[in-house]
Design a protein around this ligand. Sequence first.
Ligand code: SF4
Length: 252
Amino acid sequence: MSSDPFRDIINDTCELLRQSAKGRNRVVHLSPEVAQQLDARKTPVPPASPQPTGQTAVAVPGAPLASLQAEVTACTKCELSRTRTQTVFGDGSPTAKLVFVGEAPGADEDRQGVPFVGRAGQLLTDIIEKGMKLRRGDVFICNVLKCRPPGNRNPLPSEVEQCEPYLIRQLEALRPAVICALGKYAAQTLLKTNAPIGRLRGRWHFYHGIPLRATYHPAYLLRSPGEKRKTWEDVQEIMKVINGEVVPGQEP
Ligand code: SF4
């Protein structure tokens, strides 16, 4: 303990922030007063992006999604690199509590470089914004495959095998509170199972300790609107976890 108790509290706070953000690409928002005290004892790091008024950012080292994205953009590991217009890495907040994982980019996504645009994307946006009352920019959305299979055919096992390490590293960097797997391919890839989506949905699974809920892909819901009710039930369970009302695995 030093002769300055306030300085000791600041030191401890710095250490706690470092510990809690360890291994993540996070920005911690602080009041100007606290940031000033922290900056007095360390070399300030410029913020990665503009911060809300009245807040100062201290960048915490971690696995940066940006460098992973650059790797994916240059990837030629599988044949899909020959037919894609561009890679579709993912979109959303690097501090998202909720990550959606779909199957692969379609024609619209391949053209725009953004996941879940087009009709299925609009339905996912409605699920997020109208159903969950979140902003699309608050979550992170990506796919198992980062390149479009020609003609929107199903992903080949060899393509999933080649591309999955990127997804694993994305989820490692994001460390969300909840993962929502959209459709059979995402659920089966993440959970290493061949079980059908109808048997995987409706209950909690875990992906490296992160609660995972599988539900129907929005493209399937457009073809089978009668199943929307089940996805709505899955979404409500996800919201209970995000809101801290339920801890998966410890439900009554
Ligand atoms: S699908 Fe994945 S593994 Fe194949 S080229 Fe694209 S980024 Fe690389």
